[in-house]
Design a protein around this ligand. Structure first.
Ligand code: ADP
Ligand code: ADP
Ligand code: ZN
Length: 216
């Protein structure tokens, strides 16, 4: 199985991806996580990427395609994987097609999580992330047992610089301009499933599971 999870920032891609990779034994390929981890390790690529990310801008297609390709080919990714936050531009979608073709494979499904702008803003400003393991919380919708502390590993929770309001607005503008056109790109191929993301975590997941059952 090869899945792609799409949606605007804050739609719940990461939260749903976490459950899908566990239940279907998929490798989680999140370009956002890869950039943040690279920066944490002090690598040039990550540091350069964070300059774009912190202002809410996209990292270049060239850099992004390169890290995905490296992951899929050189690091011997599982044949079953879930792409989260990639592709984000039509150029990246074409690059992914080339990679899949090289593997002699194709996407099983493209899951598009649909949410309104108001819901996005509410989710983004309350998002908190563990510095150590990357687990995601929300101040209201998914609070940790102890404020500021990760339930999973005891790490410190922080607010991503790009989750501040100004940066979120920029990211939403960029989503509309650069990423939304990909939806049409996949719609024509019969692999796109739209999921109502404005429900509880569990209800969104139930709908995704149902859509996957219907597809396969
Ligand atoms: P979110 O979960 O809020 O959608 P991500 O963690 O997926 O955000 O990504 C954080 C940031 O990393 C993006 O706003 C963007 O700057 C950069 N990024 C992630 N994936 C890509 C990509 N495929 N192309 C370009 N930039 C990306
Ligand atoms: P994305 O990866 O699409 O940017 P996340 O999965 O990181 O989105 O979710 C963004 C924020 O919204 C997080 O704080 C998360 O806990 C919260 N969230 C995600 N899905 C839901 C949901 N169905 N209901 C309430 N809050 C949610
Ligand atoms: Zn943690």
């Amino acid at each position: 199985m090869k899945l792609l999870v799409m949606g605007p920032p804050g739609a719940g891609k990461g939260s749903q991806a976490r459950k899908l990779i566990r239940d279907f034994n998929l490798e989680h390929i999140s370009t956002g996580d890869m950039f943040r981890q690279s920066a944490e390790r002090g690598e040039e690529l990550g540091k350069k990427a964070m300059e774009y990310i912190n202002d809410g801008n996209l990292v270049s297609d060239e850099i992004t395609n390169r890290i995905v390709k490296k992951k899929l080919f050189e690091e011997g990714a599982n044949t079953c994987f879930l792409l989260d936050g990639y592709p984000r531009t039509v150029t990246q979608a074409h690059a992914l097609d080339d990679m899949l073709q090289e593997m002699g494979s194709k996407l099983t499904a493209v899951i598009n999580i649909v949410v309104d702008k108001e819901v996005i803003l509410e989710r983004m400003v309350g998002r908190r992330v563990c510095r150590d393991c990357g687990y995601t919380y929300h101040t209201h919708f998914k609070p940790p047992k102890e404020e500021g502390v990760c339930d999973k590993c005891g790490g410190e929770l922080y607010q991503r610089p790009d989750d501040k309001l100004e940066s979120v607005r920029n990211r939403l503008r960029i989503y509309e301009e650069k990423t939304r056109p990909i939806i049409d790109y996949y719609k024509g191929r019969g692999v796109l499933v739209n999921i109502n993301g404005m429900q509880s975590f569990e209800a969104v997941y139930r709908d995704i599971r149902k859509a996957l059952r219907d597809l396969t």
